[in-house]
Design a protein around this ligand. Structure first.
Ligand code: PEP
Length: 251
């Protein structure tokens, strides 16, 4: 059985004190939840205090990006070992905003996934098509190329450790959500592709999250789809009440 994951991507929001206020509240609300893996991804500056606050709790901490070198002259970058050092266990990699604004490519995503795995971080690898690509019928070609590129050269054991997040670009931060059927179609195709790239067992166990305007009003229906194993959430993760409701989704 795949344990569902609800992950909050805070993007470029929240100072340290705001971040602590939010996680303290979430922590109180979800303390009784055991059957869902809960993850929050604050900005780099808040990772250490948030991870310290959440130590021993049922909420894990993720970075929003990572670099692939170990150390050296790479101004501005942060590497997996440093993220582990401050208490991170997960790393979001290849978010569409990084692909769109910061030149992320299949190749850099692949290097980051490998570096994160080597350090023992769980990569949450994001894929997804733009509206133009969807309208021209290219969704699965685009998503398949991103999945293949991101997983290139990985052993089956390593593929099994990854979480994939399907996030249609046209649904991120727009209020437009993929319908449960649209999401299910792509999730099923991604799972079939993982079976082809790795094995049927790996495909069966890998978690595929949906992201794109997930909110309390639509989470239950989305989570009712057989191949949706959780959600990667932006806007609705910034408030304790809505994030809590997502964690406590009902199928
Ligand atoms: C995201 O940032 O990954 C995301 C899905 O954002 P939102 O939930 O705001 O659409």
């Amino acid at each position: 059985m795949r344990k569902p994951m609800i992950a909050g991507n805070w993007k470029l929001h929240k100072t340290v004190s705001e971040a602590l206020e939010l996680v303290k509240d979430v922590q109180k609300n979800v303390a009784d939840v055991q059957d869902v893996e809960i993850v929050v991804a604050p900005v780099f500056t808040a990772l250490y205090p948030v991870a310290a606050e959440l130590k021993g709790s049922n909420i894990a901490v993720s970075s929003q990006d990572v670099y692939w070198e170990e150390q050296g002259p790479f101004t501005g970058e942060v590497v997996p070992g440093m993220l582990k050092d401050v208490g991170c266990t997960h790393a979001i990699i290849g978010h569409s905003e990084r692909r769109q604004y910061f030149g992320e490519t299949e190749e850099t995503v692949n290097k980051k996934v490998k570096a994160a795995l080597a350090a023992g971080l769980t990569p949450i690898m994001c894929v997804g098509e733009t509206l133009e690509q969807r309208e021209s019928g290219d969704t699965m070609n685009v998503v398949a190329a991103q999945v293949r590129g991101g997983l290139e050269g990985l052993s089956n054991d390593d593929v099994a450790k990854i979480v994939i997040a399907y996030e249609p670009v046209w649904a991120i931060g727009t209020g437009k959500t993929a319908t449960p059927d649209q999401a299910q179609d792509v999730h099923k195709s991604i799972r079939d592709l993982v079976a082809e790239i790795a094995s049927a067992d790996v495909a069966d166990g890998i978690r595929i999250l949906y992201g794109g305007s997930v909110k309390p009003e639509n989470v239950d229906e989305l989570m009712g789809q057989p191949d949706l194993d959780g959600a990667l959430v932006g806007g609705a993760a910034l408030k304790s009440d809505s994030f809590t409701r997502l964690v406590k989704f009902e199928k």
